[in-house]
Design a protein around this ligand. Structure first.
Ligand code: PEP
Length: 259
């Protein structure tokens, strides 16, 4: 059984004080702690403070992005060792907003993913098709291209650490989530792709999150799908109450399916 993993992507939101307050509220809301891995990805400015607030909890800290070089003349960038120093254990790479708003290419995502692994961080690799690509029946071709570009050079032994987030671009921040069937179909494809390239054992160990307008009302049904191992949550992760409801849904959905 893969332990479900629910990650909060706060994007360009929350001051340090707001971030720390969220942690206090979440600690209260998730007591007793469910059998779910939880990761918070605050903005860079709040990482160190959130790391302190998380001490003594099982909640993991992640970053929303990173640069592939460890140090040097790269104004404005943050490196893997800096994230580790701030207390991060994971990092989102290739989020669709990085790809579309900031022009990140498949090659850049690949370099970030390898750098994350090199520095001991768990990459949360985001992939997903646009609406136009879905309507043109290109979904699996896009997913295969993004996986192949990002994971070149990533060995089977790295796989247990890897998390893949299937995030259809048309579902992110739109209030229009993929149906559970659409999500399961895409996740199944991703796992089969991983099985062919990295072997069944590695593919079965990789957790595949769904992301795109997940909330307390739709999380349970999405998370009941066999290959949906968690969620990457944007908008609904900004309030502790809404986010903890999703975490509890994940625990309940996966408990039902335990042997
Ligand atoms: C995201 O940004 O990764 C995301 C899934 O956002 P939202 O939940 O708001 O759709």
């Amino acid at each position: 059984m893969r332990t479900p993993v629910i990650a909060a992507n706060w994007k360009l939101n929350k001051t340090i004080a707001e971030s720390v307050e969220f942690v206090q509220q979440l600690r209260g809301a998730l007591n007793p702690w469910p059998n779910v891995d939880v990761v918070l990805c605050p903005p860079f400015t709040a990482l160190a403070s959130v790391a302190s607030a998380l001490q003594g909890t099982p909640i993991g800290l992640g970053a929303q992005d990173m640069f592939w070089e460890a140090q040097g003349a790269f104004t404005g960038e943050i490196s893997g060792p800096m994230l580790v120093d701030a207390g991060c254990r994971s990092v989102i790479v290739g989020h669709s907003e990085r790809r579309t708003v900031f022009g990140e290419t498949d090659e850049m995502v690949h370099r970030k993913l390898l750098a994350a692994l090199t520095h001991g961080l768990t990459p949360i690799l985001c992939i997903g098709e646009t609406l136009a690509e879905r309507e043109a029946d290109q979904t699996v071709a896009v997913l295969a291209r993004q996986l192949s570009a990002a994971l070149g050079g990533c060995e089977s032994r790295d796989c247990p650490r890897l998390i893949v987030a299937y995030e259809p671009v048309w579902a992110i921040g739109t209030g229009r989530n993929a149906t559970p069937e659409q999500a399961q179909q895409a996740h199944r494809f991703i796992r089969e792709w991983l099985t062919k390239g990295r072997g069944a054992e590695a593919a079965e160990s990789i957790r595949i999150q769904y992301g795109g307008s997940v909330n307390g009302a739709n999380a349970a049904e999405l998370l009941r799908q066999a290959d949906v191992d968690g969620a990457l949550v944007g908008g609904a992760s900004l309030k502790a109450e809404a986010f903890s409801a999703i975490v509890k849904s994940a625990a309940a959905a996966k408990a039902v399916h335990s042997p």
